[in-house]
Design a protein around this ligand. Structure first.
Ligand SMILES: CC(C)(COP(=O)(O)OP(=O)(O)OC[C@H]1O[C@@H](n2cnc3c(N)ncnc32)[C@H](O)[C@@H]1OP(=O)(O)O)[C@@H](O)C(=O)NCCC(=O)NCCS
Length: 387
């Protein structure tokens, strides 16, 4: 497979963005990514826009986003894969370059979720699995899907409410050091444990916030990197993908996600590295239990031991495998289409040694991004190698 590099990254501020419309938020990220790559719009061959759009007044937002960002004649290809939309957009752009259809591409992930109120967004999220099977029988919300996983994981492996709170405290700690994050304040264990119940056993601080935000990455072929002398390329060594049924009642178990396991296996095999080589990771912690399951599904520890590596501080800066040093979905925010792209933004900065107080120690120059679609019906695992 021909090599493809990340040559520029940008990220808007995440959070509630009453100050800007969707297109303006997207441009915040695009401008930064183009400046970072030292390329102009006209040097980009293809634009791929990742946006779910289910909470937007724009019915088909990719066109307006693309126009506003200066790529009217470069696409757009709109990609949607629920919460893994950003990674699916990256996959599309990557493959376009790898097969020779483009030399350069921009991936724009953008979402404005606060245009509708919380009851509406909860109702939309509760139809995010297999509506005909689940909604009428379970009356579920998105948090309720992950509450089922949390309940089973706790009963089978002894994971506790305190373990869930640890994920949240860690996320808020790093988000407080990240100027792009939604929640820039630390919290204590008691804050998390005493917060209101959303879908038992998940509480407010176990949930990612409803968020607005955008991220963008510029990709280039190896040939382009060389000819244009593009600086500090971060190489995409692999993008693994996996899938599972969207009908939760048909899953084989409720303590992990098969889609993640399969995506990780494909990514590790393609990149010819194992989890022990990963220096820093971003994982899909839409709810705190999801981060603990991700440790296990990605092979950072055996099944059921996610709580142990968390308790031992192995996923903190200085630990064996630091995870979500940007604050994660939990505290940086989760604007659906932006999330997978924002993970690549964070890891590119980490691999270039540009993360300041949040910098992980690099031994192998390898980073991993894990992005889940919906309640686990798809997943992408991307392995990046530093310059
Ligand atoms: C958990 C949730 C229901 C809370 O919504 P809510 O109770 O209506 O919260 P509000 O918007 O009224 O905010 C109330 C307060 O809690 C804070 N807050 C809201 N969500 C929060 C969260 N997830 N974590 C921490 N604080 C949160 C707000 O900042 C606000 O604080 P303030 O009073 O100091 O201003 C909402 O955040 C949610 O739906 N999250 C999940 C989103 C989701 O499913 N995404 C897709 C997943 S893949």
């Amino acid at each position: 497979m021909p090599k493809v590099a990340v040559v520029g990254v940008g990220n808007s501020r995440f959070g509630r963005r009453d100050d800007a419309i969707l297109q303006e938020i997207a441009f915040e990220a695009v401008r930064e990514a183009l400046q970072d790559a030292d390329l102009s719009q006209k040097e980009i061959d293809l634009s791929v826009v990742g946006t779910v759009g289910s909470r937007s007044y724009e019915a088909l937002p990719a066109g307006p986003i693309n126009d506003y960002c200066g790529f009217s004649d470069k696409g757009p290809i709109r990609v949607e894969a629920a919460c893994a939309t950003g990674s699916a957009a990256l996959f599309t752009a990557h493959n376009s370059i790898a097969c020779g259809a483009a030399d350069t591409a921009i991936v724009i992930g953008a979402e404005k979720m606060t245009e509708v109120d919380i009851p509406t967004t909860t109702a939309v999220g509760g139809r995010g699995g297999s509506y005909l099977w689940e909604f009428h029988m379970l009356g579920t919300s998105f948090a309720a899907y992950y509450a089922l996983y949390a309940t089973r994981h706790m009963s089978k492996f002894g994971t506790t409410p305190e373990d869930l709170a640890r994920v949240s405290v860690k996320g808020h700690k790093y988000a407080a050091m990240n100027p792009k994050a939604c929640f820039q304040k630390e919290i204590k264990m008691e804050d998390a444990l005493n917060s209101k119940v959303i879908a038992s056993p998940l509480k407010l601080y176990d949930c990612c916030p409803v968020s607005d935000g955008a991220a963008a990455v510029v990709l280039a072929s190896e040939d382009k990197v060389r000819k244009a002398g593009l600086k500090d390329p971060v190489w995409i060594d692999a993008i693994g993908y996996g899938a599972d049924t969207s009908n939760l009642t048909r899953r084989s178990d409720y303590v992990g996600l098969n889609a993640s396991v399969n995506a990780a296996k494909m990514a590790y095999d393609t990149a010819k590295v194992g989890p022990e080589k990963v220096d820093v990771a971003t994982v899909h912690d839409c709810f705190t239990i999801a981060e603990i399951m991700a440790y296990e599904d990605l092979g950072f520890c055996p099944k059921g031991k996610g709580k142990d590596i968390l308790r031992d501080g192995e996923t903190e800066i200085g630990g064996r495998i630091p995870v979500n040093l940007d604050g994660g979905l939990k505290a940086k925010g989760h604007p659906l289409g932006a999330t997978g792209v924002s993970m690549v933004y964070e890891l590119t900065k980490q691999l270039r040694g540009e993360s300041g107080k949040r910098q992980a120690r690099l031994r192998n120059n390898i980073a991993l991004a894990h992005n889940v679609g919906g309640h686990g019906f798809s997943a992408y695992v991307t392995i990046l190698r530093g310059p």
